[in-house]
Design a protein around this ligand. Structure first.
Ligand SMILES: *[C@@H]1O[C@H](CO)[C@@H](O)[C@H](O)[C@H]1NC(C)=O
Length: 340
């Protein structure tokens, strides 16, 4: 069964606001974290030299990994009242989540070390607010946040391929770990763990916009220009999916979108033609035409033949052939849409 349970997570902020747990940086990583993670920071001496573009993109990765790390630390604390949670394949969910939380903490520390060794600041965590009410919604949001993280890491590899190809294996050693996390989240919901042939790359700017949905406004201090220079788009929500719900496999048919903060768009933004752009796996972005009804709701067909999680964004062109060009032409969004 395919699920669409998105707007819950992406548009509504339920739940209280937690301060991000203090991050432990490399040198200070306590030994129990390494045990819990299944390994600590790499012990090779010295850090590779990274280009300016590479460093800018690693700062964005630091911002995203901070959010992931805070999400799992907070979820881990929540297991105190969720109990050990359910079991998946005979292993307690709590046990798996404690590994995930520790692994994310080491990932953050590794990126922080890389930045500092190259003489640039690391990125301080913000405060976050997650629409989680129970273990089930935590694991469902874990699937989305991890999928965004995976897409952004492939985006980072795309950049490094040009600027710092020697660093690609470092990112490559993180990616499958994130995919294992994601496979686990899917299995807790009785979904097959491996829904797609390829993972879906997204841009740093798209990932940043998705992260902002869970970031408390004004809570980030002293962000570097690599992050403050990223574009901020209005949210794109889906009308009519207030809580987890189901759709026909691979073909939810039609969706109705609503723009969160229309005021952010320039006058005349709604001059048609407009499209919803769909990004999925290694395919060219697909475009389906948008019609706007009297309530300002945007109706668009879902591009058929997509699997896993697709990313949708509102745009006024249908010629961009990759997610980076599409990012430059994004009017609102993106929004992740779980399909299978
Ligand atoms: C933890 O639980 C609180 C209280 O239910 C909730 O507001 C918060 O979103 C939860 N966070 C996570 C990551 O599970």
């Amino acid at each position: 069964m395919a699920r669409i349970f998105l707007p819950v997570m992406l548009s509504l902020f339920a739940g209280s606001v937690f301060a991000a747990p203090a991050l432990v940086t490399g040198a200070a990583l306590p030994p129990n974290i390494a045990d819990q993670a299944g390994g600590g920071l790499p012990n090779a001496p010295g850090e590779p030299k990274v280009s300016q573009t590479g460093l800018d993109n690693f700062q964005v990765a630091n911002f995203l990994e901070n959010l992931e790390s805070a999400f799992f630390q907070e979820g881990l604390m929540n297991y105190t009242w969720w109990g050990t949670g359910g079991q998946t394949n005979g292993v307690s969910n709590l046990e798996v989540v404690s590994h995930i939380a520790a692994q994310e903490e080491v990932h953050v520390a590794a990126i922080v070390d890389l930045l500092k060794a190259n003489g640039v600041r690391d990125v301080a965590p913000c405060k976050y607010s997650f629409p989680v009410t129970d273990e089930k919604s935590f694991l469902a949001l874990g699937n989305i946040i991890t999928t965004v993280g995976i897409g952004a890491l492939i985006g980072l590899q795309r950049v490094l391929a040009d600027t710092d190809p020697g660093l690609e294996p470092i990112v490559g050693s993180i990616l499958p770990v994130e995919s294992r996390h994601d496979a686990f989240f899917r299995m807790t919901a009785h979904e097959i763990p491996n829904p797609t042939t390829f993972e879906t790359r997204i841009s740093g700017a798209w990932a940043y916009n998705l992260a902002l949905d869970f970031t408390v406004g004004g809570s980030c201090s002293n962000l570097p220009p690599s992050i403050t220079s990223l574009p901020i788009f209005p949210d794109l929500g889906i009308v009519g999916y207030g809580s987890p719900s189901f759709a026909t496999p691979n073909a939810p048919g039609k969706l109705i979108f609503k723009i969160g903060q229309e005021k952010m768009l320039p006058a005349g933004w709604n001059v048609q033609p407009l499209w919803i752009a769909w990004v999925n796996q290694d395919n060219l972005p697909a475009y389906t035409p948008v019609t706007i009804n009297g309530n300002g709701e945007l109706h668009a067909d879902v591009q058929p033949g997509m699997f896993g999680v697709a990313f949708a964004a509102l745009t006024n062109q249908n010629t961009a052939t990759n997610v980076d060009d599409l990012t430059k032409a994004t009017l609102a969004g993106p929004i992740p849409i779980p399909l299978t």
